[in-house]
Design a protein around this ligand. Structure first.
Ligand code: SF4
Length: 426
């Protein structure tokens, strides 16, 4: 364990960063299946893991009794773990049974877990073998959702990175195109699509798409905007395919959404006047929605534990648009390049921390007595029992929060726990 007390970072920002490497309280990457399986409607996620993995994902996702689930766990029994049976043969049998029963599946993800990694089950070879035997009806890919050295949003990054080699090459004479990268709720995707249309930006596609047949093409004329800050591997894979990233803030709140859209508008040569004509009406609606919450949230202190990797853009939003006072902004990983537009907008007096030494961070949190704490599920209950008001960071991934129309809902996510607490205290 090494701890560095605040030092000036050497990245593209001079914001001092406290780096900690100690015990962490985070969920694993399997959690991403909860929102990814809702987004990709002809994909199926088969976790190759233990009963613990099955329990985690089932309780996180819930089970819809009116629909066939689009995720499952191939549970590795003790004899698999002891190497008494050939895990590959078992896996082939499970996949054949699944695909026979579910002809609607067009894309199957084999999702690695801690147990499959411990016994070194090579899921990339398994995926290649199964792809060959089930082509052309089904494509089989793999990624790791294991909890070894990851945080829960990395599951989405690993999943999308595994999709990038599958994207078809753009035609050599194809013009400029835009890909929005990161799973967005359908309602948010539709709103952004309308705004891009009005701005005259296009063609626009989304990764992940709703259906496998809608995978975007990629090439040197492709520009892409990250909709989420935790997609480092996916961005690298797109760069390797020749695509060019448009640098910007993330589309949280009015300022973030405007800067994000402006990055694309600049690349497409949209005039300032036309840009303003298109964005002013939704900006106005968002301003009204935020006014309502600002009264309750202004000057409230907020402490972010590192969990979702959304902490930096969220802290920028709550401080600049709601007048809240971030005390500590913890993030599991600080991607200096992807956050380059966000870091200068953070309040100077907030402590920015990367990684975690949970006991030390809890001590800092208790000493600061923040009005609200944003943290993972594992810390929320103990902190509530100590009298603190908490917000589960995972909710920020399950709820549509990007774009102008969702700015009010995003503010409400922070206001609601404070309202609940004040009612309890009456
Ligand atoms: S992948 Fe690892 S951390 Fe996640 S549920 Fe399975 S055993 Fe637990």
């Amino acid at each position: 364990m090494t701890i560095q007390t605040p030092v000036a970072s050497k990245g593209c920002s001079d914001v001092p960063v406290l780096r900690e490497r100690g015990q962490r309280e985070v969920f694993c990457g399997l959690t991403g299946i909860v929102w990814l399986h809702r987004k990709m409607q002809d994909a199926f996620f088969l976790v190759v893991g233990s009963r613990t993995c099955a329990h985690l994902i089932q309780s996180a996702a819930g089970v819809m009794i009116f629909a066939e689930p689009r995720f499952a766990t191939a549970i590795m029994e003790e004899r698999d773990l002891a190497g008494l049976v050939d895990a590959n043969d078992e896996l082939d049998r499970v996949v054949a049974r699944l695909l026979e029963r579910r002809p609607d599946i067009k894309l199957l993800f084999l999702v690695g877990s801690c147990p499959s990694e411990v016994i070194k089950l090579d899921l990339s070879r398994a995926a290649a073998r199964l792809s060959r035997s089930h082509a052309p009806a089904v494509r089989v890919l793999n990624y790791s959702g294991s909890g070894i050295e990851t945080t829960f949003t990395q599951g989405e990054d690993a999943c999308l990175a595994s999709l990038v080699p599958e994207l078809p090459d753009a035609a050599p004479n194809a013009g400029k195109s835009l890909i929005v990268v990161g799973a967005l709720a359908d309602v948010v995707e539709d709103q952004f699509r309308r705004l891009f249309d009005q701005l005259g930006i296009g063609p626009v596609s989304f990764l992940p798409p709703r259906r496998t047949s809608e995978l975007p093409t990629v090439g040197p004329q492709t520009q892409y905007l990250l909709a989420q800050p935790f997609l480092g591997d996916t961005a690298r894979a797109l760069d390797e395919r020749g695509a060019v990233r448009l640098h910007s803030n993330f589309p949280l709140g009015i300022e973030g959404t405007t800067n994000w859209l402006r990055a694309a508008a600049d690349a497409w040569g949209v005039s300032e006047q036309h840009f303003n004509t298109v964005v002013q009406p939704p900006q106005e609606r968002a301003r009204k929605a935020l006014d309502h919450h600002r009264e309750r949230l202004a000057d409230k202190s907020i402490f972010f534990f590192p969990d979702s990797q959304l902490e930096v853009p969220l802290a920028r939003f709550v401080s600049r648009e709601l007048g809240m006072r971030p005390i500590e902004i913890g993030t599991p990983y600080l991607h200096q390049q992807h956050l380059a537009a966000e870091l200068p907008l953070l309040p100077q007096n907030a402590l920015l921390s990367e990684g975690q030494d949970v006991e030390k961070q809890l001590d800092r949190c208790r000493a600061a007595k923040p009005d609200i704490v944003v943290c993972g599920l594992g810390l929320a209950n103990p902190l509530e029992a100590e009298g603190m008001t908490t917000k589960w960071s995972i909710e920020l991934l399950f709820t549509p929060i990007q774009g102008y129309e969702q700015a009010g809902d995003l503010a409400e996510l922070f206001a609601r726990p404070l309202v609940r607490r004040s009612r309890l205290e009456v």
